[in-house]
Design a protein around this ligand. Structure first.
Ligand code: AMP
Ligand code: GLY
Length: 422
């Protein structure tokens, strides 16, 4: 079959790399893709937010399946339009994508199905929000309701900080996304992510991961999209995973179906774990980036069979063949990220890197210029490896990162510390 992946990051390179390995995959396209994907797919220029453009390409290139990487086209209804055009699509409808696109919607679903999460309230009136914050005290968490490119959440350690976050959101800093705020109880604990496929009715866990959101070693400095990740996350024991499935995931999937908006795709379950109990922090309706890189390293070719089980409503018959291994990815970012950074610096040393099923450098913000690879984004590469142990995966991933010749880039030196300390 011919397959089109929408997106251009490390996540989509990893998806393409894994799907390419499956013999069911004939032609593979990524739109718009990046400079590193040519090894496994053909990159095509397409406006992925435009359903007519995507459908037009699918008809022209006889695409049988579309896999949607990022949340924006999902929230904009590209999955719905493809389904209406009778093109197989992996990724939820706009109505189901509200699990990521509206924090208040997710909280309402949690309340309706009894999924444990932080106590919360929603406000579109600043005075009422301020009164609530003063009554609750700090620490407290203020969130813009809608999609705010990862910048809409303030974990406020003091009441003035929380009040300022309300003023910024309701004052228009995030546009429509901040027209309403959700104010939440601060949850203590260790964060981990859990990934579950759903065909709308059934669900199947496909692995756990932990991300490193802060830019600097020792989890210091500003938040980023993620500077590295590993899978599995040892904090999510088999017993906790079963608890999360029973109390959070299955009730959510059932509630979404009951509301007439079944969720088909991958559910990214962000959890806070404390005292042997897991509570929901957030849902995303897509793979994480860079969590996807470590999941694809571990799943490999079978991910296409699992995706097809979702699109065909057959997930109850699907199984994951688990390799008892570990994967770790180190993100190489442009100096200055997540603030401002230079574009156009040349990256060397990429041609001689091992690429053997255990080690792979996925591209994110790269482009080709005059036959060379140049950096054009904040997060630029993801040096990814698997091994029999997390320590071995880490050693291999760091050996890859070190072999890349890019003086204008940097990476964290401590990816995996939390799990290795355990
Ligand atoms: P979200 O976009 O909802 O995942 O929030 C981004 C980050 O803020 C999370 O990954 C957590 O680190 C933190 N966070 C969000 N909600 C809470 C909460 N209720 N308590 C503590 N930390 C939170
Ligand atoms: N790495 C976090 C995310 O993809 O949302």
């Amino acid at each position: 079959m011919n397959i089109l992946i929408l997106g251009s990051g490390g996540r989509e390179h990893a998806l393409a790399w894994a799907i390419r390995q499956n013999p069911k995959c004939d032609r593979l396209f990524v739109a718009p893709g990046n400079a590193g994907m040519g090894d496994v797919a053909r990159c095509v220029e397409l406006d992925i937010m435009s359903a007519p453009a995507v459908i037009g390409f699918c008809e022209e290139a006889s695409v049988d399946l579309v896999v949607i990487g990022p949340e924006a086209p999902l929230a904009a209804g590209v999955s719905d339009a493809l389904a209406d055009a009778r093109i197989k699509v992996f990724g939820p409808s706009a109505a189901a994508a509200r699990l990521e696109a509206s924090k208040a919607f997710t909280k309402e679903i949690c309340d309706a199905c009894g999924a444990p999460t932080a106590a919360w309230a929603r406000f579109d009136d600043a005075e009422a929000a301020r009164g609530y914050i003063r009554a609750q005290g700090a620490p407290i968490v203020v969130k813009a309701d809608g999609l705010a490119a990862g910048k809409g959440v303030t974990v406020a350690m003091t009441v003035p900080e929380a009040l300022e976050a309300v003023d910024r959101a309701l004052g228009g800093e995030f546009g429509e996304a901040g027209a309403e705020v959700v104010i939440e109880e601060f949850m203590q604990g260790e964060e981990a992510s859990f990934f579950v496929l759903s065909d709308g009715t059934h669900c199947l866990p496909i692995g756990s991961a932990q991300d490193h959101k802060r830019v600097g070693d020792g989890d210091t400095g500003p938040n980023t999209g993620g500077m590295g990740a590993y899978s599995p996350a040892p904090v999510l024991t088999p017993a906790l995973q079963e608890q999360v499935m029973a109390r959070i995931v299955r009730p959510t999937i059932a509630e979404m179906a009951r509301c007439g908006t079944p969720f088909q795709g991958v559910l990214y379950v962000g959890l806070m774990i404390h005292g042997g109990e897991a509570r929901l922090v957030e849902y995303n309706v897509r793979f994480g980036d860079p969590e996807c890189q470590v999941l694809m390293m571990r799943l490999g070719a079978q991910v296409l069979d699992l995706i097809l089980a979702c699109t065909d409503g057959q997930l109850d018959n699907a199984r994951v063949n688990w390799a008892e291994d570990h994967a770790l990815t180190v993100v190489l970012a442009a100096k200055g990220y997540p603030g401002s950074y230079e574009k156009g610096s040349v990256i060397g040393g990429l041609d001689d890197l091992p690429d053997d099923g255990f080690r792979k450098v996925f591209h994110a913000g790269t482009a080709s210029k005059d036959g060379r690879i140049v950096a054009v984004g904040g997060r630029v590469l993801a040096a990814t490896a698997r091994g029999d142990s997390l320590a071995q995966a880490r050693e291999r991933a760091y050996a890859l990162a070190q072999a890349i010749d890019w003086p204008e880039g940097f990476y964290r030196r401590d990816i995996g510390w939390r799990a290795l300390a355990r």
